[in-house]
Design a protein around this ligand. Structure first.
Ligand SMILES: [Zn+2]
Length: 68
């Protein structure tokens, strides 16, 4: 067994035995663009707030237009 496998095994067992890990998995996160805290599950899911997501979409559209 490699060190990595040991770590992975330890992680899995602690997850299944301790219920506390669930509390750390609340749907919160940080925006990858501005670093603001995200509280909405939909925002956490795309790792961006609605404003930054709109900006990112606009940038993507712009890039696509430039490329073609
Ligand atoms: Zn943001």
């Amino acid at each position: 067994m490699t060190e990595k496998e040991k770590l992975l095994g330890a992680e899995q067992s602690s997850e299944s035995t301790t219920g506390n890990s669930l509390a750390d998995r609340r749907p919160t996160g940080k925006c990858i663009r501005c670093g603001r805290r995200l509280t909405r599950p939909s925002s956490v899911d795309r790792r961006m707030g609605p404003v930054c997501a709109a900006k990112a979409m606009a940038e993507l559209a712009e890039c696509g237009a430039n490329a073609s």
